[in-house]
Design a protein around this ligand. Structure first.
Ligand code: MTE
Ligand code: HPA
Ligand code: MOS
Length: 767
C-alpha cells in the first residue's frame, strides 16, 4: 500500500500548520530573544516597539497568569527569561501585531539592558565548574577496573561529536484562538500534543480540559518537535488568552535555527581492553553531554546513550558514566536516535582505535564480539531473538563483501589520488520509551452507519507514514477496503494523555491500541451476525467485506452489516488502550528490562576519498535490516534510506559551529550544509532480513523510525580507512568528518602532495 499522503504532498494539497485558513482578525507574533548567551537582565525596554503602528501588545514574563515554566521533565526552563538569560536565542518577549512584517520591524526596537556573565559552551569546562543539569549517572556490569590486568591489549582515547540541526522542512509554529468560556484552541506542529496541552495549562493557569490541541501533520519533526514545539504553542495560547484574539506564530528559518536546541554534542573518554583473540573483555567510558541551558529531554537522552553504550556487542565488564552538562547554548533536545548515536560512536571509535593499533581490520573485532542469543545487555536485559549475526552474515554473503574488499585493495594499489575505504556498521537499537510510563497509547474508532470509519489515535504523522500504517491495521482487522477508512487529525479532545510520537514507537503503541479497539468492534459485529443468523460467534467471519458463517457466504455485505447493526442499536464506537507488557526498569540500580524488543541490522560502506582535495564520495551502502514482518515495505525502506542519509550528513558535512560567546555561526543554509542529491550515496541497497517478526511489534512489523540513522556512523570509519591508505598515521575521532578535516588529516607536516602520473593528470584535467 502506498503512503496515503504521497499524492497530497506532490500536488501540494497536504495541509500544514501554515496552510490552515486563519480566522478574521488573526494577529501575528514574532519572538524577541536574547542577543547574548549569558547575562543578568537589567531592563527590558519595549516602549518604542509598543508604540509602533500596528503593534497590539508585547508579552513578557509579567503577562503570565500561571507559572513561567515550560520544563518538560525538570522544571528549570522559563517561557520568557526574566532576570537572567542563559543562551543566545532565549525568548524574552513576544511581539504581537497586525501583520508579521510589523511584528518583525517592532522587534528591532526592543532594547535589552544587561550585565554580561561568563559564557560556557564546553561540557568539560562545565563539569569542572560543577555546572551539571542532573547528578552524574552511572550504569555498569561487572568490574572493569579488576579486568584490565586480564587484558592482553588496552587502548584509551577521546572522542568528539558535534550536534546536528533538525532542519525539518516546516519550521516550528502554532496557531491559537480563544473559544467560549475561556477555552483555548491550539493548532500546533508538535510531536507531543499532550505536552503542549499540559504546559499551556500550567502557564495560563487553567486546567487541561480547557485546552484543545489539534495536529494535522508535521513537515518533519525528527525529535525537534518532541519537546521544543511546546514553547511556540504556549506563546500563542498566552497571547490568545490575554488579547482574546486568534494569534499565529511561525518561526522564520533563521529564528528557528537560532532559538531551538539541536542534537547534543558530546565529548567522551574511553578505555577498552581485549584478549589475545580479540574478545572485548572490559570497557569504560565517560560521556560529557553538552545539554545546553536547561534540561529539556536531556535526562531521557542520557539514559539512551547509556543503554546503547555497547551497541551490538557483548562485553562482560562495563562501566559508563555520563555528565549532563549545563552550558550557555540553546537546550539540546531529542533527535532521531535520541542519544544512541553518541554512545555507539564512542564504542565504534574504541574498536577502530584497537584495530589500527593491532593492524587488523575493525570488522574482525566487531564480528568477534557480536551479541548472541541470551547474552546479557549490561543494563540487565537478556538478549532474545538476536538477529545481529544473521544480518551481518547475510550482508557479507549477498553483497560479496570479501570480493569488494579485494577490489578496494587493488584499487588502492593502483591509485594515488583516490583512495577507497570500507567499513561495517552493525546496529542494535532498543524499542520502547526509556521512561516506562510513556509506553502506553489510546485509539478511538467510529464506524459510521454508512460503513465508513473514522480512526483517531495519539500518533502524529510527520512523514514517517504512521497514518498509512494505522489505516492498514484497521483495514486488516475488519478485512475491508482501506478507502473506507479516514485518519482523523490528532486531537487531545478525542484521544487524551498521549505520549509523544517518538522513540520509534508511534506505530507499535498506537497501532496496538487501535487493534484493541478494532478487535472489540469486530467481536461485537460477529456477535450481532451470530444472533441474527442463529449461529455461534466463532462461526462468523468477515472476509473482503463479505460475511461468512461456517465458511458459507451470507447476504450480509459490510455495508449491510453495519446498517443493520446500527438499526439494532449496536454500539459502533470503541476506544482502545494499550500498554506495552513485560517492560520494567529500576532507574536507581540501572537494571531491568526496558525494551519490548531490539531492532537489528548491519550496513557496509564503500567510500572514495580524493587525497588532493579532501573531498569524498560515498560509492555504495549495502544494508541488511531486520524489519520483522514489515507491514509496509515501501514506507519502511523509505525510512531506512532517509535515516541513512540523515546519519551520513551528521557524520560528514553538517557542522554546527558556535563561537566562544555562544553565538551560532552556522545559522543558515549557506554555512550549514546538509546532504543534497549530490551528497547521497551513489548506490544504496536495502535488503530485508527474512524473519517472522516480533510479537510485541504491531502485526509483527518492527519499529523502523530511528534505528537506521545509526548506520550513518559507518561512513566516518569508511572515510578514515580510506585516509589511512594515504596517511597511515591518521587516527582521530572528531565528527563530523568534513572535507576540510579530511584534508588536514591527510597532510601532517611531513607529508607532501603525491606526484601524479600522466594518466592521473589527464583525469584531474577532465574533472
Ligand atoms: N521520518 C520522517 N519522514 N519525518 C520525521 O520527522 N522522525 C523520526 C522517524 N522518521 C521522522 C521520520 C523520528 S525521530 C522518530 S522517533 C520516528 O520517525 C517517529 O515515528 P514512529 O514512531 O511512527 O516511527
Ligand atoms: N525516545 C524518545 N523520546 C523519549 C524517550 C525515548 O526513549 N524517552 C522519553 N522520551
Ligand atoms: Mo524521535 S528522536 O524519538 O522523536
Amino acid at each position: 500500500m502506498k503512503n496515503i499522503d504521497s499524492k497530497g504532498h506532490v500536488t501540494g494539497k497536504s495541509l500544514y500548520l501554515d496552510d490552515i485558513p486563519v480566522r478574521q482578525g488573526t494577529l501575528h507574533a514574532v519572538v524577541f530573544f536574547s542577543p547574548v548567551a549569558h547575562a543578568k537582565i537589567k531592563n527590558l525596554e519595549v516602549t518604542d516597539a509598543r508604540n509602533y503602528p500596528g503593534v497590539i501588545d508585547i508579552l513578557t514574563a509579567k503577562d503570565i497568569p500561571g507559572e513561567n515554566q515550560i520544563g518538560g521533565i525538570i522544571p528549570d526552563e522559563p517561557l520568557f527569561a526574566e532576570y537572567e538569560t542563559d543562551y543566545l536565542g532565549q525568548p524574552v518577549a513576544l511581539v504581537v501585531a497586525e501583520t508579521e512584517r510589523i511584528a518583525r520591524r517592532a522587534r528591532q526596537l526592543i532594547k535589552l539592558d544587561f550585565d554580561e556573565l561568563e559564557v560556557i559552551t564546553d561540557p568539560r569546562v562545565a563539569t569542572e565548574k560543577g555546572w551539571l543539569l542532573t547528578p552524574p549517572t552511572i550504569f555498569s556490569m561487572g568490574e572493569p577496573e579488576k579486568k584490565w590486568s586480564h587484558c592482553k591489549y588496552i587502548f584509551e582515547g577521546s572522542v568528539e561529536q558535534a550536534g546536528q540541526e533538525h532542519l525539518y522542512l516546516e519550521t516550528q509554529g502554532a496557531y491559537s484562538y480563544p473559544a467560549e468560556d475561556g477555552r483555548i484552541m491550539v493548532h500546533s506542529s508538535t510531536q507531543s500534543p499532550t505536552a503542549a496541552q499540559r504546559t499551556i495549562a500550567k502557564v495560563l493557569g487553567i486546567s487541561m480540559n480547557q485546552i484543545q490541541v489539534d495536529v494535522v501533520r508535521l513537515g518533519g519533526g525528527f525529535g525537534g518537535k518532541e519537546d521544543q514545539a511546546t514553547a511556540p504553542a504556549v506563546m500563542v495560547a498566552l497571547a490568545a488568552q490575554k488579547l482574546e484574539k486568534p494569534v499565529k506564530l511561525v518561526l522564520s528559518r533563521a529564528d528557528d535555527m537560532q532559538i531551538t536546541g539541536k542534537r547534543h554534542p558530546y565529548s567522551s573518554d574511553f578505555k577498552i581492553g581485549l584478549s589475545q583473540d580479540l574478545k572485548i573483555l572490559a570497557y569504560e567510558v565517560t560521556y560529557y553531554q553538552n545539554g545546553g541551558a536547561s534540561n529539556d529531554l536531556s535526562p531521557a537522552i542520557s539514559q539512551r546513550t547509556l543503554f546503547h553504550t555497547t551497541n551490538s556487542y557483548y562485553i562482560p565488564d562495563v562501566k559508563a558514566t555520563l555528565y549532563s552538562c549545563k552550558t550557555n547554548l540553546p537546550p539540546n533536545t531529542a533527535f532521531r536516535g535520541f542519544g544512541a548515536p553518541q554512545g555507539m560512536f564512542v564504542i565504534e571509535s574504541a574498536i577502530a582505535k584497537a584495530a589500527m593499533e593491532l593492524h587488523v581490520p575493525a570488522s574482525l573485532i566487531q564480528k568477534r564480539n557480536l551479541l548472541r542469543e541470551n547474552d546479557l545487555f549490561y543494563y540487565g536485559q537478556t538478549a532474545k531473538q538476536v538477529n545481529i549475526r544473521k544480518t551481518w552474515k547475510t550482508l557479507c554473503d549477498e553483497y560479496h563483501l570479501q570480493e569488494k574488499q579485494k577490489e578496494i585493495e587493488s584499487f588502492n594499489k593502483k591509485n594515488r589520488i583516490y583512495k577507497k575505504g570500507m567499513a561495517m556498521m552493525p546496529v542494535t537499537f532498543g524499542i520502547s520509551f526509556t521512561n516506562i510510563s510513556m509506553n502506553q497509547a489510546r485509539a478511538l474508532v467510529h464506524i459510521y452507519h454508512d460503513g465508513s470509519i473514522g480512526v483517531s489515535t495519539g500518533a502524529i504523522e510527520m512523514g514517517q507514514g504512521v497514518n498509512t500504517k494505522m489505516m492498514q491495521v484497521a483495514a486488516h482487522t475488519f478485512s475491508i477496503d482501506p478507502s473506507r477508512i479516514k485518519l482523523e487529525t490528532t486531537n487531545t479532545s478525542r484521544v487524551s494523555n498521549t505520549s509523544p510520537t517518538a522513540a520509534s514507537s508511534g506505530a507499535d503503541l498506537n497501532g496496538n491500541a487501535l487493534l484493541v479497539a478494532c478487535n472489540a468492534l469486530l467481536m461485537r459485529l460477529k456477535a450481532f451476525v451470530a444472533e441474527q443468523l442463529k449461529a455461534s460467534k466463532k462461526e462468523v467471519e468477515i472476509v473482503n467485506e463479505r460475511v461468512f458463517v461456517k465458511g458459507n457466504e451470507t447476504d450480509f455485505t459490510w455495508e449491510k452489516l453495519i446498517r443493520q447493526a446500527f438499526l439494532n442499536r449496536v454500539n459502533l464506537t470503541e476506544h482502545g488502550h494499550y500498554a506495552t507488557p513485560v517492560i520494567h526498569f529500576d532507574v536507581e540500580k540501572g537494571k531491568g528490562h526496558p525494551f519490548a524488543y531490539h531492532t537489528y541490522g548491519t550496513a557496509a560502506f564503500v567510500v572514495k576519498v580524493d587525497v588532493l582535495r579532501g573531498i569524498y564520495e560515498v560509492e555504495e551502502v549495502d544494508i541488511v535490516h531486520d524489519f520483522g514482518d514489515s507491514m509496509n515495505q515501501s514506507i519502511d525502506i523509505g525510512q531506512v534510506e532517509g535515516a541513512l542519509v540523515q546519519g551520513i550528513g551528521y557524520m560528514t558535512m553538517e557542522e554546527l559551529s558556535y563561537n566562544s560567546d555562544g553565538k551560532l555561526l552556522s545559522n543558515s543554509l549557506s554555512t550549514y550544509k546538509v546532504p543534497d542529491i549530490y551528497g547521497v550515496p551513489k548506490t544504496v541497497n536495502v535488503m530485508p532480513l527474512k524473519t517472522s517478526g516480533h510479537t510485541l511489534a504491531v502485526m509483527g512489523s518492527k519499529a523502523v523510525g530511528e534505528p537506521p540513522l545509526l548506520y550513518g556512523l559507518g561512513v566516518y570509519f569508511a572515510i578514515q580507512n580510506a585516509m589511512r591508505e594515504f596517511n597511515p598515521q591518521f587516527a582521530s575521532f572528531d565528527a563530523p568528518m568534513t572535507p576540510e578535516k579530511v584534508l588536514m588529516g591527510l597532510y601532517p607536516r611531513s607529508k607532501s602532495v603525491p606526484e601524479t602520473t600522466k594518466s592521473e593528470k589527464q583525469l584531474l584535467k577532465t574533472e
